[in-house]
Design a protein around this ligand. Structure first.
Ligand SMILES: Cc1cc2nc3c(=O)[nH]c(=O)nc-3n(C[C@H](O)[C@H](O)[C@H](O)COP(=O)(O)OP(=O)(O)OC[C@H]3O[C@@H](n4cnc5c(N)ncnc54)[C@H](O)[C@@H]3O)c2cc1C
Length: 134
């Protein structure tokens, strides 16, 4: 558990607990600290040992196409029928998580693709600009 208090925190800002100390949790905690909140960062295991630990560090605009994009509808049936090497699943697991699956597929449309691609592209470009400006 990491616990810190921002140097310029005020009594008016509430304490915040961030769950999960991967890159997303650490980034959120740092930004909250910067904004003057008291922050506690909790992880069920060691910090930055799960997905963020295995990160290859590649920054690529080619990764901005979300997995649940509009074209997924065309390949969904063959995938569910086990005719594609791209997807392996257990029927029981899928049924238990069908509400997640429905939300995932709800976003597989061109308007949502465009929104998410634009946002991710802007984020990646910002990082490129930071790196190139040192
Ligand atoms: C092999 C590999 C290579 C990759 N390469 C790249 C790359 O080159 N470029 C790129 O941009 N992305 C890459 N990625 C993807 C990127 O690493 C992930 O998208 C990113 O690390 C996800 O960060 P996260 O903070 O969301 O998740 P995580 O790093 O998994 O952090 C989540 C944290 O939450 C904790 N947690 C979970 N449940 C609880 C709970 N109930 N209570 C408390 N804590 C909990 C976990 O212990 C974990 O520490 C790669 C991923 C892998 C696996």
């Amino acid at each position: 558990m990491l616990q810190d208090q921002a140097p310029n925190s005020t009594d008016h800002k509430p304490s915040v607990c961030v769950l999960g100390a991967g890159i997303v949790g650490v980034s959120c905690a740092l930004e909250l600290l910067r904004q003057g909140y008291r922050v506690t960062l909790l992880d069920r295991s060691e910090e930055v040992i799960e997905t963020s630990y295995g990160n290859a560090g590649v920054l690529a605009t080619s990764s901005v196409l979300p997995m649940n994009n509009a074209r997924l509808w065309k390949t969904l049936l063959p995938m569910l029928a086990g005719k594609s090497p791209s997807l392996h699943y257990q029927t029981g697991y899928l049924l238990r998580n069908c509400s997640w699956m429905i939300r995932f597929m709800t976003h597989a449309n061109e308007a949502s693709d465009s929104y998410r691609i634009t946002a991710l592209n802007a984020l990646v470009r910002k990082v490129f600009n930071c790196i190139s400006s040192g």
